[in-house]
Design a protein around this ligand. Structure first.
Ligand code: SAM
Length: 429
């Protein structure tokens, strides 16, 4: 089917999520955000249908009817489920209630909400439960999934919760993983996944390019926004005490053997792919000490004593020197999450990753040009859903909508008059 399904988009930012859907053939008819520079970027690259303003101040009557999908990555600061008597007049003014309002008022076929992983653990899972229930009460079939962008070809281990709902009675579609760890002699992931895309794969060509505000050409391609912050001394939370990795490794191995847990089972418990192995590897190049959060969880499952608790878990704020920063970015692996607050330091240059490099890691196209101050550009990019991930989700939803529509037509054709069929076609278009 060649029909363009229509989208309304809340909390659109600079448009990462929207762009992925547009690339999959959807049409965004209305979008909104109150982040001025993000709106400027959106207008310059996607379209003038974005309305600048606070969504809580925009009446449903001011938003078009008859869209098929509502998109929105609602912010989730300040959630509390203490007050269980919720209503639309709720003084806590949760922003996801704006999605609820529009779903109730406009009845789209699908909705999709995106959020940070932390949403799942907020108030011991009560927040996500509350949100899902509120969506379900509108009569939608709702599912959610924690999605790791790197497993869909994005060069970034970004994890996000994707909530999808539909009122067509369909199973909610989620994309299938396409990428994973490369098979090696020791690690055979036994599937047909392509290897993760690394940072070097996508931004290696910019490593030797001096950052600058103006655009320039390399290999007949114009590079925009390759400007970068050059403050490479910063602070980070580091271990307060000197800890010997070999000692910790021996200690953890002893407790692991005693408890009967295998490394694989520990990884599964944490939801990691190949991290626990490093805790039991006595090797300065690839062995590592668990971070405090993982340490406490490890203690829960292996039941070890308090001997190293203090040494491993006490942190202090330290100043990063450039040399230390060399290890911050994963050059040969997918990057850590590109955040809205400030990018990582380039692995081999005395500068941070440029706006363009961050945009590329977030899978924005090369000709997508960001507007605003450098800080605001970094923020727009860090806030965004990787375009490629959005695209893959969009393709699945599109497939479901197409199948659903052709089923309706098939079912009805032949049993109805031409006039009735025309009405059905109108209904599904
Ligand atoms: C996580 S970002 C969304 C990013 C976007 N989905 C993308 O892929 O580029 C959340 C956005 O919600 C916007 N926002 C927060 N509160 C808002 C409000 N009351 N009205 C309109 N926009 C709001 C922020 O300005 C921010 O751009």
């Amino acid at each position: 089917m060649n029909r363009k399904y229509k989208i309304a988009s809340l909390f659109s930012g600079c448009g990462g999520l929207d762009l992925g859907f547009i690339q999959a053939g959807f049409e965004v008819v209305w979008a909104n955000d109150f982040f001025k520079e993000a709106v400027e970027t959106y207008k310059a690259n996607i379209g003038n249908h974005i309305v600048y303003g606070d969504i809580t101040q925009i009446a449903s009557s001011g938003i078009p009817d008859n869209f098929d999908i509502l998109l929105g990555g609602f912010p989730c600061q300040g959630f509390s489920v203490a007050n269980t008597k919720r209503s639309m007049e709720d003084e806590r003014n949760f922003l996801y209630l704006e999605m609820i309002r529009l779903i109730r008022d406009k009845q789209p076929k699908f909705f999709l909400a995106e959020n940070v992983k932390g949403l799942l653990s907020m108030q011991k899972g009560k927040v996500i439960e509350m949100i899902l229930n509120d969506f379900r009460e509108l009569g939608y079939k709702v599912d959610y999934k924690l999605i790791k962008a790197s497993e869909y070809g994005v060069p970034q281990h970004r994890e996000r919760v994707v909530i999808i709902g539909n009122r067509l009675g369909l199973e909610n579609p989620f994309p299938i993983k396409t990428h994973g760890e490369e098979n090696t002699l020791y690690n055979n992931n036994n599937n047909n996944l392509k290897p993760f895309v690394s940072v070097k794969d996508v931004v290696g060509h910019l490593a030797e390019e001096r950052p600058r505000v103006c655009s320039f050409d390399i290999d007949n391609k114009t590079i925009y926004n390759h400007n970068a912050r050059t403050n490479v001394a910063d602070k980070f939370w580091g271990r307060k005490h000197k800890v010997n990795q070999h000692e910790i490794c021996d200690y953890l191995k002893y407790w692991r053997n005693k408890s009967g847990w295998s490394t694989k089972k520990i990884d599964e418990h944490f939801g990691y792919a190949h991290t626990a192995g490093h805790w039991f590897r006595k090797d300065n190049n690839s062995g590592s000490i668990p971070n405090p959060k993982d340490w406490w969880e490890l203690k829960n499952i292996l039941g070890f004593d308090d001997k190293y608790d203090k040494a491993v878990t006490e942190l202090e704020l330290k100043v990063i020197k450039f040399e230390q920063s060399l290890r911050i970015n994963n050059w040969d692996r997918p990057s850590d999450t590109i955040t809205a607050t400030g990018p990582e330091i380039h692995p081999n240059k005395e500068r941070r990753m440029s706006v363009r490099e961050c945009a590329i890691i977030q899978t924005f196209p090369d000709d997508f040009i960001f507007k605003g101050s450098i800080g605001n550009m970094y923020k727009q990019i860090g806030n965004a859903v990787p375009v490629l991930l959005a695209h893959k989700i969009a393709i699945e939803i599109r497939r479901f909508l197409d199948n659903h529509n052709s089923e309706i037509l098939k079912e009805k054709n032949g049993y109805r008059t031409i006039e009735e069929n025309r009405k059905i076609r109108e209904k599904v278009s």
